[in-house]
Design a protein around this ligand. Structure first.
Ligand SMILES: Nc1ncnc2c1ncn2[C@@H]1O[C@H](COP(=O)(O)OP(=O)(O)OP(=O)(O)O)[C@@H](O)[C@H]1O
Length: 258
């Protein structure tokens, strides 16, 4: 299983925010997309899960462009930055059960395997105790984990996560990233965006660097996040070592008065 963008260009508000991007996420890997604010990461993910139609290029799932909405929903799950899980009076478990829609016929009750998938998804991100809570009462990090659990309950073969750790405390960041690793080890293709380059270096098999809508490079973290890329794209002086990423300061150095 793979999901692929081929020569993708996306124009929004009259300008290209993603341009000429070729990128494939493959079964068994965690592929991280990193880049500065506004570089096109969310747009790229939205294009892959077909929330946006590209201006040019193709989106392929297992090499095919003609996948139906229903087949796509059975194959690919996404947890996005603004999950909207807090807009209606639903319990946490109701939202996670939405992840089973694509596996059932309309109005069919949940089957034992659906319930098992929902329970496993909630346990994986530590929200079992929140099952009966009104989603409108959740904290940002709790709501984010509900959104991720809904995607996990879908048991997708391609999992797309937009900033899955941005509201999470350290323990839950690790919980989510370890869950992602276990899924990849089980053969799921995982594509995620991360702002935290430390997490990206540690938890991604490959990293794609976006800058102003263009793909700068894609490959293993240490090969891609070179000092030049970190300076040129992110504006920081930093190096990737065996221990991870060391950020030394801003690049070029900021002049300090006095
Ligand atoms: N609907 C829209 N209309 C016009 N411009 C848009 C629209 N959506 C996004 N953009 C612009 O497209 C660019 C890429 O946005 P995108 O959200 O993909 O970036 P990002 O890399 O995910 O950013 P961040 O790190 O801040 O989340 C930004 O300059 C943004 O302002």
């Amino acid at each position: 299983m793979s999901a692929e963008l081929v020569g993708v260009r996306v124009e929004l508000g009259g300008r290209a925010v993603v341009d000429g991007v070729d990128l494939a996420v493959r079964a068994g890997e965690v592929l991280g997309v990193v880049g500065p604010n506004g570089s096109g990461k969310t747009t790229l993910l939205r294009t892959l899960y077909r929330a946006i139609t590209p201006t040019a290029g193709a989106v392929l799932v297992d090499g095919r462009a003609d996948v139906s909405r229903r087949d796509l929903a059975r194959t690919l799950a996404a947890a996005v930055q603004d999950p909207g899980v807090t807009s209606a009076a639903l319990r946490v478990v109701d939202v996670v059960e939405q992840g089973r829609y694509s596996h059932r016929r309309a109005l069919e009750p949940l089957r034992p395997e659906d319930r098992a998938a929902v329970e496993a998804a909630m346990a994986a991100v530590g929200i079992t105790a929140l099952a009966g809570r009104d989603v409108r009462t959740l904290s940002g990090g709790e709501a984010q984990r509900v959104s991720i659990a809904r995607a996990l309950a879908q048991q997708p073969r391609v999992l797309v996560l937009d900033e899955p750790t941005n509201h999470l405390d350290l323990k839950h960041q690790l919980t989510v990233l370890q869950t992602v690793r276990a899924l990849a080890d089980a053969g799921v293709a995982v594509l995620l965006t991360l702002h935290d380059l430390h997490l990206a270096v540690r938890h991604c098999d490959r990293i794609a660097v976006l800058d102003r809508g263009r793909l700068v490079d894609v490959g293993p973290p240490a090969a891609v996040l070179t000092a030049d890329v970190l300076a040129g794209v992110f504006g920081v002086r930093a190096v990737v070592t065996d221990r991870g990423l060391d950020v030394l300061g801003l690049s070029p150095p900021v002049a300090v008065d006095g």
